[in-house]
Design a protein around this ligand. Structure first.
Ligand code: LFR
Length: 483
């Protein structure tokens, strides 16, 4: 039988899941316990997440995961770990009760806020302190736009989404380090908050819970909840709670491949290099790169590129308009659409907000060749998005290597749901002239499970230990560059 069973709660912008991770003989296998939808909604005047609904799905998923573990002949779950998208937070009162909605990072409340804050702390200084790219949605700017922080009772707090789930599970309040880095208020060294930035945003540092690192135990499931779910008072272990941190931990690279080049491909495409130290030069800031905190003190030097969001939002528009569209058919049609007709810039913040995405992409497309003024069919529009993504990957990976003074790597690892997109993988290999290694698709859940398994002693502590287990656990597909 398997040696341990752990539950990974993984919340994405469009869907969430609870996975059972079985770790045995140096391999991880994942069994889906529960999948559910997540979506943006206008609530209380802002684009928000329905945390109450997510919490109900998580509880159901954990109960299911425990049943699945017992079906495998195991006593139950040995631990639980939680990750989600970054930057968003909830406000909690002194007793841990949620105070107001969890507003989503794509909401318009941060429009102009980064500029206003830059008037108090120059952009150069912010970057030198934190190494974080100044995206409009950084937690720091969301907090600066926040009108709910004044007059909070003593003992209130601000918790990032996975930490909020951790509080609901255990009653403990911590700020997990990898996700803390995405706030734009953590020092690049990771050694605490940049108080100068919190001041400028009007945030009382007492609102922020103490830091916790992946692998440390947050607490145990509250007795009442454990009884309700039938799961026992199991430990909740901090993982790379930023989904991208967990995903990049599960890149199946070898130690000698350093610096590892990756794309974590989901709603966003996060493209860059895994480094030992941040790149804090002005040139990196000007190029829009960020230095996010990874598991085991690694740094993800990367660029945020709108990824499959562009496609999923376009599909949402076509469906609203009454068309029946499914991704697979659309990608097959896009593979046969004429090449190199149109381009967009998938790093343009104009694509951040939801709504009428097909219209917006069409209006933004520039003409490369042919007689048409814009992409007119869904297949042409998707082809335009994918070719633009592949070219952007080429440009951004080249820039990352230049800025980090690293050679262009021999292979690029693509992980996450987007790694299933064979057309995009091939276009990327062709644009870069390097091999693209696709998979694992469930990188985030694997990274989450792996940190728990290591904390339990089921994976060794040696450097590269987790990635060796990931390589044993997954099938990869290689795309060689053509031409
Ligand atoms: C991916 C991700 C990105 C982050 C964006 C917003 O799911 O976590 O890493 O930049 O969502 O949180």
């Amino acid at each position: 039988g398997a040696s341990v069973a752990v539950a990974a709660v993984d919340l994405g912008a469009t869907s969430g899941r609870v996975m059972l991770g079985l770790v045995e003989d140096g391999r991880i296998s994942l069994l889906p316990a529960h999948r559910f939808e997540n979506r943006l909604e206008q609530r209380d005047g802002h684009l928000s997440w329905d945390i109450g609904a997510l919490w109900a799905e998580i509880r159901h998923g954990l109960a299911q995961a425990s049943v699945l573990a017992r079906d495998q002949g195991l006593p139950g779950l040995s631990s639980i770990g939680v990750d989600s998208w970054a930057v968003d937070y909830g406000i909690v009162g002194p007793g841990g009760e949620q105070a107001g909605e969890v507003i989503a990072y794509r909401d318009h409340r941060t429009d102009g806020v980064a500029d206003a804050l830059a008037a108090r702390v120059p952009r150069e200084r912010q970057f030198a302190l934190t190494g974080i790219a100044q995206q409009p949605f950084n937690t720091l700017y969301q907090l600066a736009a926040e009108d709910r922080l004044t007059g909070l009772p003593a003992g209130s707090g601000v918790l990032l989404v996975p930490d909020l789930v951790g509080l609901l599970l255990t009653g403990e309040r911590r700020t997990e380090r990898t996700n803390a880095s995405t706030t734009g208020a953590l020092l690049a060294s990771g050694d605490g908050w940049a108080s100068e930035l919190l001041d400028a945003a009007g945030v009382d540092p007492a609102l922020l819970a103490p830091l916790i690192a992946p692998g440390e135990q947050l607490g145990t499931v509250r007795p009442g909840l454990a009884r309700e779910l039938g799961i026992g008072e199991v430990p909740v272990v901090a993982v790379g709670s930023h989904d991208t941190a967990s995903a990049v931990l599960a890149v199946p690279a070898r130690e000698e491949d350093a610096p590892v080049a990756f794309i974590s491909s989901g709603t966003w495409s996060l493209i860059g290099l895994e480094l030992r130290a941040p790149v804090l030069d002005e040139a990196a800031r000007e190029a829009g790169f960020t230095n996010e905190g990874g598991v085991d003190g690694t740094v993800r030097f990367l660029k945020n590129v709108s990824g499959m969001w562009l496609v999923s939002e376009a599909i949402r528009q076509w469906e609203e308009d009454g068309a029946r569209v499914e991704l697979e058919g659309l990608l097959a049609a896009a593979a046969h659409a004429p090449a190199d007709r149109f381009r967009i810039d998938p790093t343009d913040p104009a694509f951040l907000a939801p709504g009428r995405m097909a219209d917006r992409v069409r209006a933004a497309a520039t003409v490369l060749s042919g007689d048409d003024r814009f992409p007119s069919t869904p297949a042409e529009l998707v082809r335009c998005i994918l070719e633009s993504l592949a070219e952007t990957y080429r440009d951004e990976l080249t820039a990352a290597c230049r800025l980090a003074r690293a050679p262009l790597p021999r292979r690029l690892h693509v992980v996450g749901g987007g790694s299933l997109n064979a057309l995009l993988n091939q276009l990327t290999a062709d644009a870069l002239g390097v091999e693209v290694v696709a998979g694992p698709m469930e990188a985030t859940a694997l990274g989450n499970v792996a940190v728990q398994a290591r904390a339990l002693g089921a994976i060794g502590q040696e450097p590269g230990g987790i990635r060796a287990v990931i390589r044993e656990s997954t099938e990869l597909e290689v795309f060689a560059p053509r031409g």
